[in-house]
Design a protein around this ligand. Structure first.
Ligand SMILES: Cc1cc2nc3c(=O)[nH]c(=O)nc-3n(C[C@H](O)[C@H](O)[C@H](O)COP(=O)(O)OP(=O)(O)OC[C@H]3O[C@@H](n4cnc5c(N)ncnc54)[C@H](O)[C@@H]3O)c2cc1C
Length: 408
C-alpha cells in the first residue's frame, strides 16, 4: 500500500487539522508545557466533550459503518485521524479511549447482535459510554482461560459472582466488557461467555488500585449476585474465548499508529530536554552518546509507525487481527521504556522530586511516564506471553516444554 497522501488525502488532512485547532483541549496543541487535568473525573469530562465534537463533525469511528454512527472513511483517513488524535487522548485524557474505541466497539461490531450494535456503537463512538475491560482475575492473567468469575443462568437472566482485577478506568466506566465462566464442566476454554455489563447494577463494587506512579488508574471489581439479562451476552453461551480473542487481537493490533504518534510527541519533548539539560557544561544534545541514543529511538519509532500502518492496511483488506499483533506490542512496550529511561538519565537525581517547585525540566511528568511505562510490558499480555505467541503462532515453533507437559 502507498502511504503517500493523494490530493484528496492532503485536503482531508488540512481540513481535519484546522478543525482540531479549534476543538482539541485548550492549550495542548503545539504547547510542550501543557499540564494534563489533575483527576480522572476531569479527564473523563474532557474525553466526553472531545469525542462528542469528533462525532458531531463526522470524524469519530472512521473505520465503522455509518449505520452505527461511524464515518466509513478510508484507511488513510483513519491513519490521519489516529495520528492526530493519539497524543491528545493519551496526554490529556489518560488514554481513556483505548478500551471504548479500541476494544469494546470493534468486538461489538464483529460479534454483537443487531440490537447490541444499534444500542451500543453510536453512544460509544460519541463518548457517551465509557467502557472498562473485566478480563484479568487474581488467578487468571496470562492464563486467562483459568478465570473463575461465574455466571449462572436463571430463567432469562445470568447471575454473576466473583472478582476481576486491574480493570483500567472501571472507577469511571459506564459499562464493562466481561468474560466469565458459564460452564465449569467442560474444558476451560469452552466454558466461557462474554457479556456487556452495566457498571451501575446493584452488587457491583469497584475499588481503585494505585499504579506505581501513584495514579488510581485501575481497579478491583467485585460482583455479588449481579443480575444481567441474557440479551447482554455477546455471541452464544460458550463462545466467550473466541469473542475475547477478537478483543485481545484488536488490543494488540490497532492502536500502534496512535501510540507511535504519541511517542513521537514525547520524543520531541525529549529532544527539547536534551537541549536544555547541561552535561559537562554543554547542552546534553551535543553529547555523542546521548545523540546516539536519541537517533536509535527515532529509528525505532519509525519502525513502530510503519508496522502500525501495515496492521491498518491489513484490517482495511478485511483481514482480522492475527497473532502477529504481538510483534508490535512487544516492540512498542519495550521501546517506550527505553525512551522514558533516556529522559530520566538526562534529568538525573532531580527526577525523583515530585513537588512542582523543584520541578526542573518537567521532571514530574517524565518520572510519571517512566514509571507508568513499566506497566507497558505487562498490560495487554506480558512480554514473555507475546514471545510465546510469536514463537508458537507466528513462527510455528514447538510449544515450550513446561506448558506442553502441563497440557498433556
Ligand atoms: C497498566 C495495566 C493495565 C491493565 N488493564 C487491564 C484491564 O483494563 N483489564 C484487564 O482485564 N486486565 C488489565 N491488566 C492486567 C494484565 O492484562 C495482566 O496483568 C497481564 O495479563 C499479566 O497477568 P498477571 O498480572 O496475572 O501475571 P501472571 O500471569 O501471574 O504472570 C506473572 C509472570 O509470569 C510470567 N508468565 C506467566 N505465564 C507464562 C508463560 N506461559 N511463559 C512465560 N512466562 C509466563 C509473566 O510474563 C509474568 O512475568 C492491566 C495491567 C496493567 C499493568
Amino acid at each position: 500500500m502507498d502511504f503517500h497522501y493523494t490530493e484528496e488525502e492532503k485536503a482531508f488532512k488540512e481540513k481535519f487539522d484546522s478543525w482540531l485547532m479549534s476543538n482539541a483541549p485548550e492549550g495542548y496543541l503545539g504547547n510542550m508545557d501543557y499540564e494534563p487535568p489533575e483527576d480522572w473525573e476531569q479527564m473523563a469530562a474532557e474525553y466526553r466533550k472531545f469525542q462528542r465534537s469528533l462525532f458531531n463533525a463526522g470524524y469519530a469511528g472512521i473505520n465503522f459503518p455509518k449505520a452505527y454512527g461511524g464515518a466509513e472513511g478510508t484507511v488513510m483517513e483513519n491513519i490521519i485521524v489516529s495520528e492526530a488524535t493519539g497524543p491528545i487522548y493519551f496526554h490529556t485524557m489518560g488514554g481513556l479511549h483505548v478500551i471504548s474505541l479500541g476494544l469494546a466497539a470493534p468486538t461489538i461490531l464483529a460479534w454483537g447482535s443487531e440490537e447490541q450494535k444499534q444500542t451500543f456503537l453510536p453512544p460509544t463512538l460519541s463518548g457517551e459510554i465509557i467502557w472498562c475491560q473485566g478480563f484479568s482475575e487474581p488467578n487468571a492473567g496470562s492464563d486467562l482461560a483459568n478465570l473463575n468469575t461465574r455466571a449462572t443462568r436463571i430463567g432469562n437472566e445470568y447471575v454473576i459472582e466473583g472478582q476481576k482485577v486491574w480493570s483500567s478506568f472501571a472507577h469511571i466506566a459506564d459499562w464493562c466488557i466481561l468474560v466469565v465462566r458459564t460452564d465449569p464442566n467442560v474444558p476451560k476454554h469452552k466454558g466461557l461467555s462474554y457479556f456487556l455489563v452495566d457498571m451501575k447494577l446493584p452488587g457491583i463494587e469497584v475499588n481503585p488500585i494505585k499504579n506505581i506512579a501513584g495514579d488510581p488508574e485501575f481497579n478491583e471489581i467485585f460482583f455479588e449476585e449481579v443480575r444481567i439479562p441474557e440479551d447482554m451476552r455477546v455471541g452464544q453461551e460458550g463462545d466467550g474465548w473466541k469473542v475475547a480473542l477478537t478483543t485481545l487481537g484488536h488490543e494488540r493490533y490497532v492502536g500502534e499508529v496512535a501510540l507511535a504518534s504519541t511517542f513521537l510527541r514525547e520524543y520531541e519533548e525529549l529532544v527539547e530536554l536534551a537541549r536544555t539539560v547541561k552535561l559537562n557544561g554543554a547542552p546534553a544534545s551535543k553529547d555523542p552518546l546521548i545523540r546516539q541514543r536519541l537517533a536509535q529511538i527515532f529509528v525505532e519509532l519509525m519502525v513502530m509507525r510503519y508496522n502500525g500502518y501495515r496492521n491498518m492496511s491489513k484490517l482495511a483488506k478485511g483481514e482480522m487481527p492475527g497473532p502477529e499483533g504481538s510483534i508490535g506490542k512487544l516492540f512498542w512496550s519495550e521501546l517506550h521504556q527505553r525512551l522514558t529511561e533516556v529522559a530520566v538519565d538526562l534529568i538525573g537525581p532531580y527526577h525523583q522530586l515530585n513537588d512542582p517547585i523543584y520541578r526542573p525540566y518537567h521532571s514530574t511528568r517524565w518520572i510519571q511516564r517512566f514509571l507508568r511505562a513499566k506497566g507497558n510490558t505487562i498490560e495487554q499480555g506480558t512480554s514473555e506471553i507475546q514471545k510465546n505467541i510469536i514463537g508458537e503462532r507466528v513462527l510455528g515453533l514447538p510449544k515450550d516444554a513446561a506448558r506442553a507437559k502441563k497440557k498433556s
